[in-house]
Design a protein around this ligand. Structure first.
Ligand code: ATP
Ligand code: MG
Length: 488
């Protein structure tokens, strides 16, 4: 493990602010997650400096570009960087946090004059490392050793630290997922013992950590840690209740592990958040709808009950409404089933309308994860592929004279009498436009009508019939193309 860091290799925006604090006679250190990430060769998500300068003094040094970040006196310094992680650098005064009587945020902030005090109040040893301007790492709690052994260990007495702020329990699990570290045994034991304290934490904060857990490569490990420590039971009892509930002859796993296996596929395929949530919760209605036991158990309407439960969970987690709607909709429709040899184009159209064209791809992706999570080998079987083919087929736009920039009345106005000639003329123009869509302009088409209108009805009819054949050929070719695309 590195013991020194080359300061000149750090972003110029950070160095600029750092130097300025030092030049004004203050102490300043890079601290927390960014030091940890540099040592792990990961790109830091944000950059934090800690200093003995008080917020007012920081504001004075940086003038216009500085602003209060939050009610705890952290000052943000705006930079001109295009890099999202460097747009605002956080500068925080050394502090001791006190009076955590409600297991969450401190009631007041007490400033400190020593770096040591500030490092002591940080959550984990790997997050309590500081870097001075000579590139030396200050490591008061053997954070480097834990970094090397890939361990998340609370600074000081873990129970006391979780009493101060219960969100730290979820931060431990989230960091274990993102960094692929283990949680040190005493720290883990303290989470098990105090998991109920998570109920004191606002769901917005829980949700942010939860999102990062399920968006990480180690999402499964994260959910298992949540369950084993007892946190899952507190924040997501609906998922906890699927644990150990067996399914039927179509399923290898219980509902809980089926959900996790499905999520594992979603992680592997890098699904976005809304889809991962839909995958995780798609069968959550099965607990309440289960009838019977053993291989013949049924779960009728579990998608309807599941959509309701999902909505309740997502509302509790204060997700944005647009996401709640999307996820709930996917859970509601995940049981779609079409008998492909009997299904009519009208039924396919109804299905598209019910699900919404914009959700079809997501729904298929949910189905892939669901299938893989059931232990079947192929994500997309023939049936699903055939459905895609049917969907694309019903979406083919028919070729009709309605597509033309002129209509029957325009031709009537050019002196062609009411009768079959008008229909024939439209057909003939249609072929020209298919061959060259540029020609679909009113002036041009009117000119062509003037040229053609004096041909006899017989001649026009013959031309129109040839066009009919061409159109049929084009439509057949389109269908064939789709058929090939889906190998059906
Ligand atoms: P990331 O930036 O990847 O989210 P991080 O560990 O840097 O992870 P931040 O929220 O950026 O997390 O916090 C920066 C630092 O502040 C942490 O590394 C840690 O030292 C400290 N910290 C953050 N939250 C807490 C907390 N709840 N209790 C104690 N210290 C904390
Ligand atoms: Mg950070």
């Amino acid at each position: 493990m590195l013991k020194k860091i080359k300061i000149s290799s750090l972003p110029s925006e950070v160095l600029f602010i750092w130097k300025k604090l030092l030049a004004n006679g203050y102490q300043a250190y890079l601290v927390g997650g960014c030091v940890r990430d540099i040592l792990l060769h990961r790109k830091p998500k944000d950059w934090d400096l800690t200093t003995d300068a008080k917020p007012e003094e920081i504001l004075k040094i940086f003038g216009e570009s500085a602003f209060y970040e939050n009610r705890f006196g952290t000052v943000g310094i705006k930079t001109n960087s295009d890099d999202e992680t460097l747009k605002v650098i956080e500068v925080t005064t050394f502090r001791i946090e006190s009076d955590y009587f409600d297991f969450r945020h401190p009631q007041e902030v007490v400033f400190a004059s020593k770096l040591e005090d500030d490092l002591k109040r940080r959550d984990f040893t790997i997050n309590a490392l500081a870097l001075d301007f000579n590139g030396k790492i200050i490591d008061l709690f053997e954070g480097l050793k834990d970094l090397k052994n890939r361990l998340i260990r609370a600074v000081g007495n873990p129970e006391e630290r979780f009493y101060e702020d219960a969100l730290r329990m979820m931060r431990a699990i989230r960091l274990a997922c993102e960094l692929n570290f283990e949680i040190e045994e005493k720290t883990l034991e303290a989470i098990r013992k105090n998991s109920e304290l998570i109920n004191y934490i606002a769901y917005e904060r829980i949700r942010d950590e939860f999102n990062r857990i399920i968006m990480s490569k180690q999402a499964i490990k994260g959910l298992e840690l949540l369950r084993e420590t007892g946190i899952l039971k507190e924040i997501l009892p609906e998922l906890q209740q699927t644990y150990g509930v067996s399914q039927n002859k179509h399923h290898k796993y219980d509902i809980y592990y089926h959900s996790l296996k499905s999520l594992e596929y979603a992680v592997k395929k890098n699904y976005p958040l809304h889809l991962r949530l839909a995958v995780l919760f798609h069968d959550i209605g099965k607990v309440l709808t289960k009838k019977g036991e053993g291989p013949e158990a049924t779960f009728y309407n579990h998608e309807i009950v599941g959509a309701k439960i999902t909505k309740k969970i997502l509302e509790r987690f204060r997700y944005p409404n647009s996401l709640i709607k999307k996820v709930t909709h996917l859970v509601r429709h995940h049981m779609f089933y079409l008998e492909i040899d009997k299904v009519t184009p009208a039924a396919v159209r109804r299905f598209i309308r019910r699900v919404g064209e914009e959700n079809l791809e997501d729904l298929f992706k949910l189905r892939h994860a669901d299938r893989i999570g059931s232990g079947v080998p192929k994500a997309e079987p023939y049936r699903l592929r055939y459905l895609r083919y049917l969907i694309e087929k019903v979406k083919i736009q028919p070729i009709t004279p309605k597509m033309l920039a002129i209509n029957g009345y325009d031709i009537l106005n050019l002196g062609v009498p009411q009768g079959p000639k008008i229909g024939y003329l439209l057909k003939i123009l249609l072929e020209e436009v298919i061959n060259d869509p540029e020609k679909n302009k009113k002036e041009y088409l009117i000119e062509r009508v003037k040229e053609l209108k004096d041909l006899s009805e017989e001649e026009l009819k013959k031309l129109a019939e040839e066009v009919e054949e061409t159109i049929e050929k084009i439509e057949k070719a389109k269908e064939e193309e789709i058929r090939k695309k889906y190998y059906v």
